[in-house]
Design a protein around this ligand. Structure first.
Ligand SMILES: Cc1cc2nc3c(=O)[nH]c(=O)nc-3n(C[C@H](O)[C@H](O)[C@H](O)COP(=O)(O)OP(=O)(O)OC[C@H]3O[C@@H](n4cnc5c(N)ncnc54)[C@H](O)[C@@H]3O)c2cc1C
Length: 420
């Protein structure tokens, strides 16, 4: 008889694990709390309100695109970019870097050296005790450079720099091929956009696997030789092995009845999701392109902190991210865009699509879960290890591209190796 596996969660990690397990000798079902697949990828009418970009550095995502004939295009980056820091608006042509960016280099070199140090988890563990902000306070006297790193930190993590360790910052850089790859478009994390939206990766995988929707798992009990997995509507499923594919901070919300270690649960409990709203503003025409702007904006002033062109066939749009969204109005967003792009057309959108991820019960925020100070260096083995026959996957457990769709896929590949 085939061994039975239950996967909790039909995000990319859960789906890809189920897909890969089909070729092995297992009987697999996924229990998904929502009525849809894709978790933190969510595409509405072709517009991505969750995960969006893939990269030539994301080999697994590329492979899935090829396998399922999913087309993608280069992120538009032609024309002037806008930088608004310290109440000063600068327009930069694509090839010129402002001085402050060049001045980051000595610090990037320090990060690079620390990242590449032998036995990173051991040799750099003291940096898990100090926050990123504390490290910058001590080491970066130049205010412009300091502010640029604070900005990058907030936009990359959607978390507060005084709550997250320097160690985690380095870990993030290490996972994502370094600072340039994480922040860049060409050969960087923002390189390609999937024509039909990133959720298409999940939809494609979902066609090939068994999923039971509206099945929020709330209890798991270990029995003599197997596990009972119980959903909120009191359905009971039995499995030989369980793969938990949830964002880490959601795992302790399930009652595990002693089936996983206390220390492991405490570690997962120490994670907190970042908080960001993703806003896509649709216009009749791509007026910025006509005026020679790429719509790439970085700004230290909310609500518009980061923006990119998000035009697709039949849709002219700009995408922007609002970390710690305190409820900025559509008008506040479009008025600031008009100022930044120096064009009043920005105040006349035809539609604004918005998703506040912090309010999403089954994600709990975004982009990814972040550990409290001093937790990761001590407990990182709990990211990839199993507890008896309970296995843990999801982007937060990845060894590469943690926090990204690619990380979710990497974690699925890893669990297949563990199960073999
Ligand atoms: C706004 C935003 C922008 C992003 N941009 C990018 C980007 O451009 N590029 C990129 O690569 N990544 C991006 N990401 C991150 C990327 O989307 C995620 O890393 C990835 O989708 C995570 O996949 P996962 O399978 O690990 O987790 P999830 O997608 O969170 O999947 C977990 C699944 O578990 C389900 N679930 C939760 N609780 C239960 C329960 N109790 N029982 C059953 N099921 C449950 C959830 O509904 C969900 O389907 C972005 C994310 C967001 C939110």
């Amino acid at each position: 008889m085939k061994e039975k596996i239950i996967i909790i969660g039909a995000g990319l990690a859960g789906l890809y694990a189920a897909y890969l397990l089909q070729n092995e000798d297992f009987d697999v079902i996924i229990l998904e709390a929502r009525d849809r697949v894709g978790g933190r990828t969510f595409t509405q009418n072709g517009i991505d309100l969750g995960g969006q970009w893939i990269s030539s550095l994301h080999h697994r995502a590329m492979k899935i695109c090829k396998q399922f004939n999913i087309n993608f295009h280069q992120q538009f980056d032609h024309g002037k970019t806008v930088r608004y820091f310290n109440k000063q608006r600068e327009e930069l042509d694509g090839s010129t870097k402002p001085d402050v960016i060049n001045n980051l280099t000595p610090y990037l070199d320090i990060f690079e050296k620390l990242i590449n140090s032998e036995n990173f988890f051991t040799t750099q563990k003291s940096l898990d005790q100090i926050s990123f902000k504390e490290w910058c306070d001590k080491n970066i006297p130049n205010k412009n450079i300091y502010n640029t790193f604070m900005y990058n930190f907030q936009l990359l993590t959607c978390a507060d720099a005084d709550e997250v360790s320097m160690f985690f910052w380095l870990y993030l850089l290490k996972q994502g091929n370094g600072y340039s790859a994480l922040t860049g478009i060409r050969n960087g994390a923002q390189e390609f956009v999937i024509d039909s939206g990133a959720q298409m990766l999940a939809h494609s995988l979902a066609q090939e696997v068994n999923i039971i929707f509206n099945s929020e798992v709330y209890e798991v009990c270990r029995q003599d030789n197997n596990y009972q997995v119980i959903t909120k509507d009191q359905q009971i499923y039995t499995a030989d092995k369980v793969i938990c594919a949830l964002p880490l901070q959601l795992i302790p919300q399930i009652s595990w009845n002693g089936s996983i270690e206390e220390d492991r649960l405490n570690f997962y409990q120490s994670f907190k999701m970042g908080s960001v709203s993703k806003v896509v503003i649709e216009y009749e025409k791509a007026f910025w392109r006509d005026k020679g702007y790429s719509a790439q904006i970085i700004s230290d002033t909310p609500p518009v902190r980061l923006a990119y062109d998000a035009c697709k066939k039949d849709c002219n749009a700009i995408v922007t991210f609002i970390p710690n969204d305190i409820g900025y109005t559509d008008k506040e967003i479009t008025t600031q865009l008009a100022f930044l792009l120096n064009n009043n057309e920005a105040t006349k959108p035809i539609h604004i699509h918005r998703k506040k991820w912090a309010e999403d019960k089954y994600s709990g925020g975004c982009y990814f879960s972040i550990p409290m100070l001093n937790m990761l260096s001590k407990n990182h083995h709990y990211l990839t290890s199993n507890s008896h026959e309970i296995y843990f996957i999801g982007t937060e457990t990845a060894k590469e591209w943690m926090g990204y769709m690619e990380g979710a896929l990497e974690s699925s590949e890893r669990v297949i190796m563990q199960l073999k």
